[in-house]
Design a protein around this ligand. Structure first.
Ligand SMILES: Cc1cc2nc3c(=O)[nH]c(=O)nc-3n(C[C@H](O)[C@H](O)[C@H](O)COP(=O)(O)OP(=O)(O)OC[C@H]3O[C@@H](n4cnc5c(N)ncnc54)[C@H](O)[C@@H]3O)c2cc1C
Length: 358
């Protein structure tokens, strides 16, 4: 375990704000995990588990506690040897371990310190479908199930079988199944009922050979028709999604941002009808009725605006970019202005997506 002291949270998070964390502990083996929590308990300090910091904000005063980061890497693939390519969830996938067999569905165990997009690249290179639309989402694999990452019609809940965790409540290593995690839009037990209880060590996905079925998400279909494309293999979709994202979303290495700053708004059927009667665009998808919060922000006049050093993206209004804000307070002021005006105009409270280190 590597122990670091007084590390600026701004250097650990993609919005690049936040003062010093008293300790940052980097986990290199599973045995380090109880040691890290033991370390925090010895000094009576709170803990916060951090990944790449792409969905996390630091406060100006920093964190008088212990940040714990999963640095364990590795990807293990197990191929089913039957070549059936059927429903992976219904398969017992145990016949061939390693890189040699490539016929049937595959089970992939990924250590939580792997960079998520490397995992997507790994799967696509092997012709495996299930996570190609999640290309280029910044972050570590261990964080992916926390808010059930999703994009362009896929979410990790679609393919996640189980995760290995350290349970801080019992001090034991455990496996949690898909059912245990109670996934929904941007939610799992890891960020709701059991928030801060589990340290994710690894995740296991069930992927199959093949390709996503059509129709794809609107912007993918649009891109395909604009560019006359015919390759819908996992690698082909990965390239399309990467191109769409590169055009629309900031690369956190270039521009400080935590991606979508607000969640979309989900409505009951009754609320959806009311919204439609007022002329608001409601999308009725398999995951429910939603209003795109970006539409509300755009129509409230914020697209492209600079508020307290925070730029509202003119390409994706849900995205806030830290252009010149010096403090969390600047960001909070910008956020509150947006939330207040959207509420006054439309009657919906926007909910912040990134979590805060407190
Ligand atoms: C430009 C940009 C685009 C984005 N696009 C998308 C998108 O399309 N879809 C989407 O869903 N998200 C998107 N995001 C948000 C972000 O990429 C995801 O939430 C990602 O999973 C965050 O990973 P991370 O490692 O940075 O997590 P962090 O921000 O470090 O942590 C996020 C949460 O997970 C917890 N956590 C992290 N690691 C562990 C662990 N090992 N065990 C237990 N808890 C842990 C943290 O405590 C925190 O609560 C985007 C962000 C940016 C900056």
């Amino acid at each position: 375990m590597r122990i670091n002291q007084n590390i600026l949270i701004s250097s650990l998070t993609t919005m690049r704000l936040g003062g010093p964390a008293r300790y940052v502990l980097e986990i290199e083996t599973p045995a380090d995990i109880p040691d890290a929590y033991g370390f925090a308990a010895t000094y009576h300090l709170p803990t916060f588990v951090l990944g790449y910091g792409a969905n996390t904000l630091g406060h100006d005063e920093g964190f008088n506690g212990v940040i714990i980061i999963n640095r364990m890497k590795g990807i293990d693939i197990t191929w089913a040897g039957d070549g059936a390519g059927g429903d992976p969830a219904a398969h017992s996938v145990a016949s061939t371990v390693g890189e040699t067999a490539t016929a049937g569905p595959a089970q992939i165990k990924i250590m939580g310190g792997e960079y998520w997009d490397d995992v997507v690249a790994y799967a696509c290179e092997r012709g495996l479908t299930g996570i190609e639309a999640l290309s280029k989402i910044p972050g570590l694999a261990g964080a992916a199930p926390v808010q059930n990452i999703g994009a362009y019609g896929q979410e990790i809940a679609d393919t996640l079988e189980s995760i290995e965790v350290y349970d801080t409540a019992s001090g034991t290593f455990r496996t949690l199944t898909h059912a245990d995690l109670n996934f929904s839009y941007r939610k799992s037990i890891l960020n709701t009922t059991e928030k801060n209880r589990y340290f994710v060590i690894s995740i296991t996905l069930a992927l199959k050979k093949g390709q996503m079925s059509r129709p794809y998400y609107r912007s993918i279909e649009q891109y395909i028709s604009d560019h006359n494309l015919t390759d819908f293999s996992p690698q082909g979709i990965r390239e399309i999604v990467s191109a769409i994202r590169a055009d629309k979303l900031p690369d956190p290495l270039d521009k400080a941002s935590s991606g979508s700053f607000f969640k979309n708004i989900y409505l009951t059927n009754e609320q959806a009808e009311l919204a439609e009667s007022k002329g608001y665009p409601v999308y009725r998808g398999k995951d429910g009725n939603k209003i795109n919060s970006g539409w509300l922000i755009q129509h409230a006049g914020f697209s492209g605006q600079l508020l307290h050093g925070i730029r509202v993206s003119d390409k994706a209004s849900l995205v806030l970019i830290n252009e010149s804000a010096q403090s969390y307070n600047d960001l909070a002021k910008a956020r509150d202005e947006i939330v207040g005006k959207v509420y006054d105009m439309y009657g919906y409270w926007l909910e912040q997506e990134p979590v805060e280190i407190v």
